[in-house]
Design a protein. Sequence first.
Length: 137
Amino acid sequence: MVVQAKDGTKREVLLNADSVKDDSGRVVHSTSIQVDITGLKIAEMKIEESESLHRITLANISDAVMITDDEGNFTYICPNTNKIFGFSPEELFEHGNISCLFKNKLFTIEELIKENELFNISDVRLGFCIATQMQTF
């Protein structure tokens, strides 16, 4: 619900109202609580805009972007994998694991760091990675 504050600004609020009745069922008074959720709504809108930008970017880049969990199981596959690998995202999800594409060409994080293939990594938790130099298969 949108309300206008005393200073004239519009605020989004969450309204919770209840009534108190007497023994005969008549409403004798009511209570309400308004919680200002404007900041939350703005944050939600920014997240939606960011997600939309990322979806559009991933759908239109010429590189294949695939995200896996720590075991190599796909959690996200960009739409253009068919152009690069000849498999649709659905087909790759059916294979389930990134090893179906790269077989023994997977490297550990330690190997890639040693070979100076990884840069600007703030959170290295993956058990393996694909070297950036491996662009033709």
